[in-house]
Design a protein around this ligand. Structure first.
Ligand SMILES: Nc1ncnc2c1ncn2[C@@H]1O[C@H](COP(=O)(O)OP(=O)(O)OP(=O)(O)O)[C@@H](O)[C@H]1O
Length: 252
């Protein structure tokens, strides 16, 4: 599991996260939800050590993120933050191959190559493998970044808004793949997601953040209720049921 204990965080003197204590269960798909600016990305970045921890403690499968060596942590957890366009002159296959770095440390073997091709295939990118990142669409670039994290082949996968730019079909296929990782692969996944129905349909566990605090956590059915969601997003929200899962309705 991932244990977050007493984590507070400030940026430029402004408090962003306030004394967060929560757990992401092992072998589950956890969705972090909440309005813009709630602190979801900041929390995920702290777990993934993209930001240094200022206060509190975070452990991932027993590894303290503040003290575990990077190469050790990178074999336990893959994190994909929100994309930045720093690597546009990289071919898709090269980007995905970066995911194998923690395993081969600069000396890729046949197994690494095989894993890269599996990842490209899993995300329907084989035909685009030789294209540069700035020569593909937003959704294709997004899938390539997810494929890179996938190729890292870790017990934990943390993805910040992985559905960005994905059409309905690719979004569904990604969620099905993530579920497969959890259900058949015994892995654990955490995603930040804005479209609540993806959490409703696919997540086991939901953590709702608002104003830098955890305001609700539990199963999708426990958290995704009309009262909780209407309060969380400060807008009237109705919740129905579809195939035994909550279905969130938010049009007027
Ligand atoms: N580099 C930064 N400098 C200053 N403030 C920041 C910085 N990064 C984030 N913040 C602030 O921290 C708060 C939390 O941001 P964060 O990105 O974690 O929220 P979020 O829940 O992921 O939001 P969103 O849904 O909009 O992506 C926001 O108020 C944001 O303005």
């Amino acid at each position: 599991m991932i244990q977050i204990q007493g984590v507070s965080h400030a940026i430029g003197g402004t408090p962003i996260l306030h004394d967060i204590t929560t757990t992401l269960p092992k072998g589950r798909l956890t969705a972090l939800i909440g309005p813009n600016g709630a602190g979801k990305s900041t929390l995920l970045r702290l777990v993934g050590r993209l930001e240094p921890l200022q206060q509190g403690r975070i452990t991932v499968a027993g590894h303290d993120v503040a003290t575990t060596p990077t190469d050790r942590l990178a074999r336990v957890m893959a994190i994909l933050g929100q994309q930045t366009a720093i690597a546009s002159r990289l071919r898709l296959a090269e980007l995905v191959a970066f995911g194998r770095w923690p395993h081969h440390k600069g000396r890729p073997g046949p197994q690494d190559q095989a894993q890269v091709w599996l990842a490209l295939k899993a995300f329907a990118l084989t035909d685009l493998a030789d294209r540069f990142l700035d020569e593909v669409s937003g959704g294709q670039a997004q899938r390539a970044h997810i494929a890179m994290a996938w190729a890292q082949d870790t017990d934990w996968m943390l993805l910040d808004e992985p559905l960005n730019n994905l059409d309905m079909s690719h979004a569904r296929s990604l969620m099905a793949r993530l579920r497969g990782l959890v259900d058949q692969g015994g892995r654990s996944v955490a995603i930040v997601v804005h479209e609540i129905n993806y959490a409703a349909a696919w997540a086991d566990h939901v953590i709702a953040l608002k104003g830098g605090r955890v305001v609700a956590q539990g199963t999708a059915a426990e958290v995704l209720t009309e009262a909780r969601l209407s309060e969380l997003y400060e807008t009237p929200i109705r919740v129905g049921t579809h195939q035994g899962r909550p279905l969130v309705l938010h049009h007027a």
